[in-house]
Design a protein around this ligand. Structure first.
Ligand SMILES: Cc1cc2nc3c(=O)[nH]c(=O)nc-3n(C[C@H](O)[C@H](O)[C@H](O)COP(=O)(O)OP(=O)(O)OC[C@H]3O[C@@H](n4cnc5c(N)ncnc54)[C@H](O)[C@@H]3O)c2cc1C
Length: 381
């Protein structure tokens, strides 16, 4: 699979693995227990080349394929999927600016996002609507040469520290999804209110939380997608996002398996290594099979995306399968480690919380089934 990647992509993937081993792994447990973000934000990740991975080299990016970036994010997820998800959201936002923004917007925002000075967030979900994502009630009202934003957003990755917000807002409720436009809102502007980050099962490094907009005025030139294009823009990257979640789940499963095998090779019971019990071997063999399948499904979807082929169905299958496999498989690996697996001394508890999170982000498991069923039922319409 990796043989299809260019030498520069292979180098980036190796750099991501180094960054995961040297920067994320030594700190991830502390970040989670203290519920803190890294002090210097994503600047170290940017220094390691983990920003602008899909961006053209002419814009300062790495020009990687989607599969190449997913492989790099899989490396980060072996250490901590929460950190990887922050980077994915940031990279996707940069991509949206590169593809859909004006030259002035690219010049204004991309350099600071590349250097990690500016962290991006994606604000679609609202307190009253998640799966029903077109039901945006945050409003944008035209006001001279700008817009006034009012409303609330919920479940926003990097809400605690984000500097630049891509805000999906309704310009004309009578037009439904066609009324949704997207604005790039600097988080320090008057009228942007950052809520206290949520207390969740895990992944506190993501600083997930909400925002309120109270008569927040933005100028016309902050519009990324005009009404009619906003919702299409939000959905444009959804197959990639789902395939990436599947790849990140593969990373967590691979690390859990590695940790459980190493533990079971040391731990003894009834006069032998835990690893010598066939029951334990078969538990871990099942995880290995699911990991293999998850990996193949994720990269089949990514290959379709890279080739410009329809990928909604392979991406939905991959996300549904890999998130279920990760939740069950990581728990299985913890079981093979006995009570020690349940401790924060090992990364499995963090991985387990992230595997549960993976079943919500970028469309829940049920929404993947909606996509798959729609396709299955098409011949019977
Ligand atoms: C840690 C985390 C980070 C996130 N980051 C972001 C972010 O950065 N930006 C952002 O915009 N959003 C983000 N989200 C929000 C995420 O996209 C939503 O949680 C997701 O879309 C599901 O919406 P919901 O949680 O409101 O569930 P709901 O839509 O309220 O659904 C509740 C339940 O009903 C099921 N359901 C809903 N509709 C159907 C249907 N048609 N058929 C069958 N079952 C259905 C769902 O699958 C779910 O089980 C994040 C979420 C989490 C947990």
């Amino acid at each position: 699979m990796d043989s299809a990647l260019s030498p520069s992509e292979q180098r980036m993937i190796a750099a991501a693995a180094d960054f995961a081993a040297n920067t994320i792994t030594p700190n991830a447990a502390r970040w989670e227990l203290e519920r803190t973000m890294p002090d210097n934000g994503i600047r170290p990740a940017a220094k390691a080349g983990l920003t602008g991975m899909l961006l053209d080299e002419s814009l300062g990016g790495q020009g990687m394929s989607k599969a190449g970036m997913a492989r790099a994010m899989e490396q980060l997820s072996m250490a901590d999927m929460g950190y990887a998800f922050v980077m994915i959201v940031h990279n996707n936002f940069m991509n949206a600016i590169a593809d859909g923004g004006t030259d002035a917007q690219r010049q204004r925002y991309l350099p600071d996002m590349l250097s990690g000075e500016c962290l991006g967030a994606f604000l679609l979900t609202e307190p009253q609507s998640g799966s029903d994502a077109a039901n945006v009630t945050t409003t944008a009202r035209k006001d001279g040469d700008g817009w006034i934003l009012n409303g609330a957003k919920a479940w926003i990755t990097s809400a605690a520290t984000a500097d630049l917000l891509s805000v999906y807002a309704q310009t004309d409720a009578s037009r439904g999804w066609r009324g949704i436009a997207t604005f790039m809102v600097e988080a320090h502007l008057p009228g942007v209110i950052r809520e206290t980050p949520y207390s969740t099962m895990g992944a506190h490094v993501m600083g997930t939380g909400g925002f309120r907009f109270e008569n927040c005025r933005v100028s016309d030139d902050t519009m990324l997608y005009a009404p009619g294009d906003g919702f299409k823009g939000a959905m444009a990257g959804i197959d990639l996002a789902r395939a990436n979640v599947a790849a990140m789940c593969s990373g967590m499963m691979a690390n859990s398996l590695e940790v459980a095998l190493a533990y079971a090779a040391e731990r003894r019971a009834f006069g032998q290594r835990i690893l010598d019990f066939q029951g334990v071997q078969w538990q871990l063999a099942d995880v290995a099979t699911d990991l293999h399948a998850s990996h193949l499904m994720a990269y089949a979807a990514l290959a379709a995306i890279d080739a410009g082929q329809p990928a909604a169905i392979p991406a939905a299958h991959a996300k549904k399968f890999a998130t279920r496999a990760a939740l069950a498989g990581i728990a299985q690996c913890m079981q093979a480690m006995g009570a020690d697996g349940y401790k924060h001394d090992f990364p499995l508890a963090r991985h387990l919380a992230c595997a549960k999170m993976a079943q919500y982000i970028d469309g829940s498991t049920e929404i993947q089934n909606v996509v798959i069923s729609r396709d299955l039922l098409r011949p019977f319409d």
